[in-house]
Design a protein around this ligand. Structure first.
Ligand code: FES
Ligand SMILES: [Fe+2]
Length: 391
């Protein structure tokens, strides 16, 4: 594109960028010092998705989550309350739990090193010395407590005492997915992948569809507007030309005849009964909780994607497929059409993220440039800049 037309037409409500914008510095995607800065400024200061509450259903059940050099311990107390702690003993700092999940005995949480014992509120109940030193008081050594919360069956915890209000961590109103009744849904399938890219590369790829025609041929057929390299209609500068129409190429939604993100477009199981006609027609509704999670809600299932950074150039992705219990109870149910479709799309994304990552190291490449369709990438990068500049 060597020249722009003399008059640039941008219909009112156009969402795209109107001038090129620089990306984050290339080194921010591989420099180890930057990675550590982002762990402490972004990952240790926001709500992190841990697991579904049903996985911590029983009293005394626990999960641990490794994040950077930190380890979170989330436990359901005998009183039914979920609490989070640093997974660290107050004696000489040993890790308390060495497994990802399990259930504590009724006696409490016992450190594997010298057997200090804590209750599920994190209070030290017993030290193991024959005689504690003068003035030693058990009450001075509770576990390091952290915020934990449940929302719609999702458990979140934070590695800071003052995470942002949860509602402000979600990019849409909290009630946006109410009709999916998320709290009632159960996990029908999981998959996970390690992607050789910086965590921000994943989010940037998630936030644009300029790559869709080339990277996702199958998805671009299912969602015709993606095939035009757009996420939604107002990314097209001339969107009003087709505003009143019903062609999914221009207004978004799934191709005619398709209802869900599956291999053949047919839903798996019974669609969620409370969805509005608009929600059904959209084909997908997203909710994002940076930096660790997004949901894609379809008419028949919800995909939960969790990200965790493993290294400057390595990211763990796990995907949970949530369904209505009635759907999973059907003996004739075949989830494979949904799972296979997701696997194709997410594998394409993972592969292209790795390609992106490899190119960033070129000696002259100080930064890239964002094009109009990458306006949400810009929003993401501004969010990262804001997080990094916080004191
Ligand atoms: S480090 Fe836990 S009891 Fe010694
Ligand atoms: Fe993609």
């Amino acid at each position: 594109m060597s020249a722009q037309p003399a008059t640039i037409r941008r219909d009112p409500g156009y969402l795209g960028l109107t001038e090129p914008a620089a990306t984050l510095p290339a080194a921010h995607y591989y420099d180890p010092a930057q990675y550590l800065r982002e762990l402490s400024q972004v990952w240790y200061r926001n709500w992190i998705y841990v697991c579904r509450a049903s996985e911590l259903g029983a009293p005394r059940s626990f999960r641990t989550l490794a994040l950077g050099d930190q380890s979170l311990l989330v436990v359901r107390g005998d009183d039914g309350v979920l609490r989070a702690f640093h997974n660290t003993c107050r004696h000489r700092g040993s890790a308390l739990c060495r497994t990802e999940a399990g259930r504590f005995p009724p006696a409490g949480i016992v450190c594997p090193y010298h057997a200090w014992r804590y209750n599920f509120r994190g209070e030290l109940q017993q030290a193991s010395s024959r005689l504690a030193g003068d003035g030693f008081d058990l009450r001075d050594y509770p576990l390091y407590g952290l915020p934990a919360m449940e929302w719609q069956g999702f458990v979140f915890a934070a590695l800071t005492a003052d995470p942002p209000p949860f509602a402000s961590s979600i990019d849409v109103p909290l009630e946006r997915l109410d009709n999916w009744e998320l709290g009632k849904l159960v996990i029908g399938h999981r998959m996970s992948k390690t992607i050789e890219c910086n965590w921000k590369i994943f989010w940037e790829n998630f936030n644009e569809c300029l790559h869709c025609p080339g990277v996702h041929p199958r998805l671009s057929q299912l969602v015709p507007i993606f095939g035009r390299a757009l996420m939604e209609q107002r990314e097209d500068p001339a969107w009003q030309d087709h505003a009143g129409g019903d062609d999914p190429q221009y207004i978004g939604g799934l191709r005619r005849g398709a209802l869900s993100w599956t291999m053949d477009g047919r839903p798996v199981g019974v669609p969620f009964p409370r969805l509005t006609a608009e929600e059904r027609a959209a084909g997908h509704t997203y909710l994002t909780c940076l930096p660790s999670m997004f949901l894609a809600a379809h008419v028949d299932y919800v995909r939960v994607v969790r990200l965790l950074p493993l290294a400057p150039e390595r990211t763990a992705m796990s995907i949970e497929f949530l369904f209505r219990p009635e759907t999973l109870a059907d003996p004739a149910l075949d989830l494979s059409r949904a799972i296979e479709f997701t696997d194709i799309v997410m594998s394409e994304d993972a592969a292209i993220c790795e390609v992106n990552q490899r190119g960033l190291h070129a000696l002259p490449h100080a930064a890239g440039v964002l094009m109009p369709e990458e306006y949400v990438v810009r929003q993401f990068q501004d969010w990262v800049r804001g997080q990094l500049s916080r004191t």
